[in-house]
Ligand binder design. Structure first.
Ligand SMILES: *Cc1c(COP(=O)(O)O)cnc(C)c1O
Length: 404
């Protein structure tokens, strides 16, 4: 179970193994364990962006008729990844901006207390803190995202499906139902779910969702994010940004704003076509591999990570911060160590393993299922254990890089 040969056997039996060749792997000796932060570059993205740049050069403004529908078309592709019906998802703006737009629209419809998880991703907490302050609303921070923690009087519940920190997978259907029973709308952040774990938004009755595309969807640094609004709710909500792309009959250029019907009312300004083209390729690759198969492989990759943790890392003083039950975790595993930051820097500088670090002490190992191999998991843990067993990690200067 913990031999390298076991990892090799898992790779040999992996139906998704051929997808690795669809990505740029510039240095095969480097073990990339940060797909949960920024996915690899798909080979096809470079080709499609080249074509698009040529098209721009050739056609200039006359290209727009082919480009203008991209937020909706790519949105529908992402919709298939997250279990949304056509016409419920848009690819646009950043996750932060989409979160602001949807939370603000929900609070316009019904003001009241806002519930967040105290350890949610910073941007989510900051955006809601700002909205609550601007509107004089109460912001309630819960310690665990569970159905039982849903209060009776909340207007809006905003939670991450998979915790960026611990990898804990929240029970989305049960929490959504509990919040609805108490009269609240629910907004899920799917940044660490899309392309890694199954999500059934429409079926689960989810009201609102956002998420990013540069993690498991491999759309590239700063690629446009997505937003989802349940169909029945769309005409009841208005975007706080009254931009011309969300306007009914946009090119009539009328005197005042009137929101478009349906999901397009949540667009703001001119869509970033280069970025959206990269999102399109990323979503297509994900659908080709199949969300079910990706989720199965994520569970197997994290299972191997935890088995190797038990064998090699636990005896060295590491702690496991991610649940052992595969039904309760996403696609990354977080391990704690008192010298976590220094160990993480040593992995990058001395061992060609790229994880990332979240203060105060968590090292995140994110093996994205589309292109990671089981031997990558084995090598990462082997090199990590080696650095700590020998004490070599202590030789690394702990001051350093801002982005990890
Ligand atoms: C990565 C991530 C984001 C990123 O937001 P940006 O606007 O793209 O910077 C937001 N929320 C969560 C939960 C994330 O994991």
């Amino acid at each position: 179970m913990t031999d390298r040969s076991h990892a090799e056997a898992l790779d040999a039996a992996d139906p998704l193994a051929p997808f690795r060749d669809r990505f740029v792997v510039a240095d095969p000796d480097v073990v990339y364990a940060d797909g949960n932060s920024l996915g690899r570059l798909p080979v096809q993205t470079a080709e499609r962006l080249d074509l698009l740049v040529q098209d721009w050069g050739d056609r200039i403004v006359s290209g727009w008729p082919d480009w203008i529908e991209l937020p909706v078309r790519v949105g529908d592709l992402i919709g298939r990844v997250i279990g949304a019906d056509p016409g419920e998802t848009l690819a646009c703006d950043s996750t932060t901006v989409n979160l602001y737009k949807l939370a603000s629209a929900a609070l316009d419809r019904r003001p009241g207390p806002i519930v967040i998880h105290e350890h949610d991703f910073p941007t989510d907490r900051y955006v809601l803190e700002g909205l609550a302050a601007a509107r004089g609303l109460e912001l309630r921070r819960i310690a665990e995202p569970t159905a039982e923690a849903m209060p009776d009087d909340a207007a809006l519940v905003v939670l991450s499906h998979v915790s960026y920190r611990s990898g804990v997978l929240a029970d989305l259907p049960a929490i959504t139902e509990a919040a609805h029973d108490r009269g609240a709308l629910v907004l899920w952040d799917l940044s660490h779910s899309a392309g890694a774990v199954p999500v059934e938004l429409t079926q689960s009755g989810v009201d609102l969702a956002v998420g990013c595309t540069y993690k498991y969807l491999n759309a590239g640094p700063g690629a446009p994010a997505f937003l989802y609004v349940r169909r029945e709710l769309q005409d009841e909500l208005r975007s706080p940004i009254q931009g011309w792309f969300g306007q009914r009959d946009q090119f009539a250029m009328g005197p005042s704003y009137e929101p478009a019907e349906g999901i397009e009312r949540f667009l703001a300004g001119t869509p970033p076509i280069l970025g959206l083209t990269a999102v399109e390729v990323g979503a297509e690759l994900t659908l080709e591999a199949g969300v079910g198969r990706l989720a199965e492989k994520s569970a197997a990759l994290t299972e191997l990570t935890i088995a190797l943790y038990d064998d090699r890392l636990e005896p060295l003083g590491f702690t496991l911060e991610t649940p052992r039950d595969p039904a309760r975790r996403g696609a990354h595993v977080s391990i704690g160590h008192d010298d976590g930051w220094q160990v993480c820097r040593a992995l990058i500088e001395r061992a060609d393993v790229i994880p990332d670090f979240r203060p105060p002490d968590s090292i995140r190992l994110g093996f994205a299922p589309l292109y990671s191999r089981f031997v990558d998991v084995w090598s990462a843990v082997d090199r990590l254990a080696g650095l700590v067993e020998s004490g070599e990690y202590r030789e690394v200067d702990a001051a350093g890089a801002r982005v990890t």
